[in-house]
Design a protein around this ligand. Sequence first.
Ligand code: 1HE
Length: 266
Amino acid sequence: MAKTVDDFSLQNLLVDMDEDGITTVTLNRADKRNALNAETIEELIEVFSGLPRMGARAVVLRAEGTHFCAGLDLVEHHKEDRRPEEFMHVCLRWHEAFNKMEYGGVPVIAALKGAVVGGGLELASSAHIRVADQSTYFALPEGQRGLFTGGGATIRVADLVGKARMIDMMLTGRVYKQDEAISVGLAQYLVEDSEAKAYEIARAAATNPPLSNFAICSAISHMQNMSALDAAYAESVVAGIVNTQPASRGRLEAFANKTAARVRPE
Ligand code: 1HE
């Protein structure tokens, strides 16, 4: 098992971690518009399984080329001529990869551009924060391709935009971009330079204690899957641990002695 990012064996991704634990994961298949073939999914599993134990404090997920991700590798899918049970197993590996991202406890910030479509939107929706630029556009062209989502869109994209919008996107191929994409919840930021903003967010998040970020980037997702009663119980358990951590003591003391920054609107 890889111990540092240099130990990963990767063909389709690049991974780099700086001395502060700010980690860059790059989709590196630009000639295929970063389409997700089976090998890339295995690499995402390897990377996002390993990073939380390698000292990653925050991850920027970015892409080479002008498009973030064109979704399922349609050419591979066509050539493989998969049977239903084979494609079901393909989907299970996608879920493994995207669950590692969403539940791994390390903030993942997606720096988007160009096409974020089909499985590319499923990938982006597994990040904790999505940053779009003016070129970014979102779509679920599965219906037009005679396909259906298989990488978690029915859960994560429906969570972001709601059931009715997702059904419309899939039935009609509707494309969202710019302000409209923000207003429906597909991304939280619209900026000129999505990578610069993603790194700014990653560095800010990395100043929080890792245990707080672990809770923020795993507990909220787990609690969404629970009944309200169980979620309230789980929340109290998580808060019991996080809110008494040694790393919070100095911060609380700074507030009490009036040296900590106040929360201001500007
Ligand atoms: C691909 C893929 C791909 C590009 N699989 N190879 N996703 C889609 O329906 C989106 C399909 N892709 C596109 O609509 C366009 O390629 C883009 C809008 C993303 C980019 O357009 P463009 O003009 O820059 O590139 P291109 O000429 O279309 O493609 C360049 C190369 O990338 C070309 O390969 P080449 O060897 O001929 O140079 C394309 O074949 C390749 N390429 N997209 C494979 N998706 C778990 S279920 C999830 C279900 C889905 O994700 S369905 C949605 C699939």
